[in-house]
Design a protein around this ligand. Structure first.
Ligand SMILES: [Zn+2]
Length: 431
């Protein structure tokens, strides 16, 4: 694969009928943090969305080689407490509902530092993680979650199947969207899934992306934006059947989908039928719906810039909270740099002491907030906004204000003026 290629054929169905929905310009890779004295030129890649009118999958207009994106990934899920809690509750639910499958071979693809799998230790016959990022797999294995490093697909699935046998429980959380060869990935799942076994997927929901204006969830690592409709089209090609679905609030809104082999003949729940009907009503299978969403990022950019610049002109100090991939899309797209945002804090040690990609804002540990107290905190990791505001309660107690970038931009409706919601002591006040 070259460094970057234009996406000319739908990664799901192969159709050439891809229509552009939105372009965010050329951005640096959202997880490519820079050393403070970096001298190397930073490469920027086009970031746009296209829609396939055959299978309705929303996907990136350009694909960056996954080897560049994931081999040295900086994301350690275990560093985030809310993520830790989410995976604990999620695994408890799976162990209850699929007790028999949980006692067999449990494989998690995109297992990261073992945040999900470690909850199966002792319960399962065997647990096995798969992840392409070598730095995290080493860490996971050291911590008792045996992890193979590699890109999952048919080839790796065959290898695992030979060495360990088929999986009775197979999971893929926040990973399907990051897999450019979708059919190879699901082909691998089909190959590795035992008869009567269950495959559970968590993936960000495109319905929430539209409804809550979560355009900052678009970044180069995130090739696909699923609806249940498009996900089912993909699974059906590999004789896999969705038998249940639920909505979970991770990552700004995700689908949790329960899948079995087609020939196992599990009955399909009412929830699946209801969500499919709802998606049709909302037009999630129509280009028009996505094109009308495309105006929202521009509005947010205009207002956020104007708002931040007006605060700066009054001499306010502004810090960012969190340097997640989505924050790096937002900062770059809105043209915000160290002139506007004084610094950013993030709990991930590997990001601290570095600069944000593209926008070059210095990153510190959260303790820096007390040493260099800002007037405003822009919450870039907005999916954890409540957690962050609770954790840093002292800041609102001394009169500091939190800004949540997309808070009042819901359902495409913008408050006339002023646009942004400021959360102070957990109450929304508009300025
Ligand atoms: Zn397609």
């Amino acid at each position: 694969m070259p460094l970057v290629r234009k996406n000319k054929r739908c990664a799901l169905c192969g159709s050439r009928s891809l229509k552009e929905v939105l372009s965010l310009g050329s951005l640096a890779l959202a997880n490519n943090f820079l050393l403070k004295n970096a001298t190397r030129m930073e490469i920027k890649f086009p970031l746009s969305l296209v829609f396939c009118d055959q299978c309705s999958l929303v996907q990136l207009g350009h694909f960056v080689d996954p080897k560049i994106l994931f081999s040295n990934y900086h994301y350690f899920s275990g560093t985030s407490k809310p993520a830790e809690r989410h995976f604990k509750a999620y695994s408890a639910l799976i162990k209850r509902r699929f007790a028999q499958q949980s006692r067999g071979l449990v494989i998690d693809v995109g297992s990261n530092d073992g945040i999900f799998l470690k909850n199966f230790r002792g319960k399962a016959m065997r647990i096995l993680g798969v992840d392409p990022a070598k730095n995290v797999t080493k860490y996971a294995s050291k911590n008792g979650v045996k992890t193979i490093s590699g890109f999952f697909g048919k080839k790796l699935a065959e290898k695992i199947s030979k060495a360990h046998g088929p999986a009775s429980l197979l999971t893929a959380n926040n990973v399907l969207a990051h897999t450019p060869l979708l059919n190879d990935f699901i082909g691998g799942v089909r190959l590795l899934l035992k008869q009567g076994g269950v495959f559970v997927v968590e993936a960000q929901y495109v319905g929430d992306l539209l409804e809550k204006n979560e355009f900052d969830n678009i970044y180069h690592e995130h090739y696909f934006y699923f609806s249940l409709t498009s996900l089912m089209a993909l699974l059906a090609r590999h004789n896999l059947r969705v038998f249940d679905v639920e909505m979970v609030n991770t990552q700004g809104g995700s689908l949790r989908v329960y899948i079995g082999r087609e020939e196992d003949g599990r009955p399909v729940s009412e929830r699946v039928k209801r969500l499919l009907t709802e998606e049709m009503t909302r037009g999630l299978d129509s280009l028009k719906t996505y094109r009308s969403f495309a105006n929202q990022p521009q509005y947010l950019k205009k207002w956020l810039r104007r708002f931040i610049i007006s605060l700066k002109s009054k001499g306010s100090k502004i810090a960012g909270y969190g340097a997640p991939a989505k924050g790096n899309t937002l900062l770059q797209y809105c043209n915000l740099g160290p002139m506007e945002i004084d610094y950013i804090v993030d709990t991930t040690p590997i990001k601290q002491g570095k600069l944000t990609p593209g926008s070059h804002i210095p990153i510190f540990a959260p303790g820096h907030l007390r040493k260099n107290v800002p007037d405003y905190i822009l919450i870039l990791a907005w999916n954890y906004a409540d957690y962050i505001m609770k954790k840093e309660r002292w800041f609102s107690e001394i009169g500091g204000k939190f800004i949540i970038p997309n808070q009042n931009l819901i359902n495409g409706k913008f408050l006339p003026s002023p646009i942004l919601a400021i959360k102070k002591k957990n109450k929304i006040n508009t300025l």
